[in-house]
Design a protein around this ligand. Structure first.
Ligand code: FAD
Length: 490
């Protein structure tokens, strides 16, 4: 593509990180253009009628504790640009085979009460993190550095370094709390006995009490559309339907920010040093996802009626079942009984489906690039806790890893996190400051492959934009992160 205009900054990719970066730069008065290959903006924020007309499905991301709790996104006037959060009465339900469900309620006390013998331990684990969630999010959703709240952060770090299964077993004696925490830990996309897999579980749990796990009215696309609308109001431009194969064809810009993963970056940028190319070429992508979306002729018939109070339902049973389901995936094995992340947005947002009908979606982790059809295994897990579910399906839409990647080039092999999540990745990126710069002058990476990693929070984009702004203001040499280039660990 040829474009003779020039901008202060050009962003390639309009995922939440690309849009957040563009908005931050535009807020500072810079001219910004965003180039997006898809016809719609948003990357992982994408709502479409996948099954039948009138049934609106979130293709990728659907539930947004990290967006609602994002230190940057929550400062933006997105409500003025159409974003409306919808909260289900409880953020999360985790049904068990005895017909009950462990509930993550908005109230910490109510949650503790449904954990029986572990009520006190739950309060001790979660209370300070939930009541100071804004401070915690500020220190966690950024590249590692000196925390602004060292005592809170140190307390978090001491537990976050545990494995999710290890922390659940160390803290809790009863099966209900253990099962709940195992499900939260599964959001790490790591085997649950790996060190560091507890971190995301703790953040998700604290966020549940502090900001909830909201969905966006009308679908996740609404988050992207509100960011895009705000960006345009600041003078930013968005060019959709423009796939960028090499950055050389882009309009002239003082900075180029790439909302892409390492493999894509290597294809797009010429002239990178050979050693850097070799190192980046060894980047390991993480597990993929297999996703199914359903059009339903009624709500899911959960055995536990509590499950009807939560937009998100974790299906996997007890801690050992969840551990087993997640354990083999890094090694290339598929779970016979996968751990399933299910959302049922139309129970709380009537715009998602025709009157009386519903949409629901679910995914499980699979080995990267898997071609195994997990539909039956996923539906069997729903049936386990909601007998008669299959009878309510009017239409289904399957998305194996290859389809996710076709719809969003950043989902390499179905990877939903921009790379394999490991403790080493956390620590190495941490110790390297905020590595958004590449060795190519003026070229930065701002996707979820950079710190602080996956999730719709926009903080990778925000911090990459901050690095660009520091460079523009001439403070480059004083910023440690400008000395480190982006090298995700292998
Ligand atoms: C199935 C699934 C479920 C998820 N569920 C949740 C959830 O419930 N909550 C949550 O917080 N997170 C969830 N996530 C994770 C979340 O969606 C991502 O972490 C987030 O979208 C990453 O944002 P990003 O801006 O880094 O990249 P992306 O959102 O992936 O955006 C990248 C953009 O770049 C564009 N692009 C790529 N290459 C080019 C090119 N060459 N030229 C032009 N444009 C290009 C792509 O089209 C895309 O629009 C989920 C992800 C998946 C896949």
């Amino acid at each position: 593509m040829e474009d003779s205009r020039s901008f202060d900054a050009v962003v390639v990719g309009s995922g939440p990180n690309g849009l957040a970066a563009a908005v931050k730069l535009a807020q500072e008065g810079l001219s910004v253009a965003v180039f997006e290959s898809r016809a719609t903006v948003g990357g992982g924020l994408y709502t479409a009628e996948l099954t039948l007309p009138g049934f609106h499905h979130d293709v990728f991301s659907s539930v947004h504790p990290l967006a609602a709790g994002s230190p940057y996104l929550r400062t933006l006037p997105l409500a003025d640009h159409g974003l409306e959060w919808v909260h289900s009465p409880a953020p999360l339900a985790h049904p068990l085979d005895d017909g009950t469900a462990v509930m993550l309620e908005r109230s910490l006390e109510a949650t503790a009460q449904n954990l029986g013998q572990d009520a006190g331990a739950y309060r001790r684990l979660v209370e300070s993190r939930a009541s100071h969630f804004d401070d915690l999010a500020g220190d966690v959703l950024r590249p590692f550095g000196l925390p602004s709240h060292p005592v809170l952060f140190a307390g978090f770090g001491l537990r976050a370094i545990y494995s999710a299964a290890g922390l659940a077993q160390a803290m809790f004696g009863g099966p209900r709390a253990r099962a709940l925490f195992a499900g939260l830990g599964a959001h790490s996309i790591m085997p649950l006995y790996r060190l560091g897999s507890a971190a995301i579980g703790l953040v998700m749990c604290a966020a549940g009490h502090a900001v909830g796990w909201p969905i966006a009215r009308g679908g996740s696309q609404g988050i992207a559309d509100s960011l895009a609308s705000y960006l345009r109001s600041l003078g930013g431009e968005i060019i959709a339907g423009a796939e960028i194969n090499v950055v050389d064809g882009l309009p002239k810009a003082r900075a180029i920010l790439l909302d892409v993963t390492p493999g894509q970056m290597l294809r797009m940028v010429n002239g990178l040093p050979a050693a850097y190319r070799r190192k980046m070429g060894k980047h390991r992508y993480g597990p993929g996802a297999f996703k199914v979306e359903w059009a339903l002729d009624g709500p899911i018939p959960w055995k536990s009626t509590d499950c009807r109070r939560a937009a998100t339902v974790h299906l996997g049973g007890m801690l050992q079942d969840v551990v087993r389901a997640e354990s083999g995936i890094w090694g290339g094995r598929h779970a016979e009984k996968p751990f399933v992340f299910l959302t049922q947005p139309s129970l709380f947002d009537a715009t998602r489906a025709p009157e009386g009908k519903h949409v629901a979606g679910a995914y499980c982790h699979v080995p990267n690039g898997s071609t195994v059809d997990m539909t039956d295994a996923i539906e069997a897990q729903v049936e386990r806790f909601a007998p008669g579910f299959r009878d309510r399906i009017i239409e289904r839409h399957r998305m194996p890893p290859a389809e996710l990647e076709r719809l969003n080039a950043n989902c390499v092999g179905g990877d939903i996190a921009g790379g394999r999540q490991t403790l080493r990745r956390l620590l190495q990126t941490s110790l390297r400051g905020s590595p958004y710069a590449t060795p190519a002058d003026g070229i930065y990476v701002c996707s979820s492959s950079t710190p602080p990693g996956a999730g719709v929070h926009g903080m990778c984009g925000y911090h990459a934009a901050a690095a660009v702004l520091r460079r523009f203001s001439g403070t480059r040499r004083r910023e440690p992160e400008e000395r480190a280039v982006w090298e995700p660990p292998i």
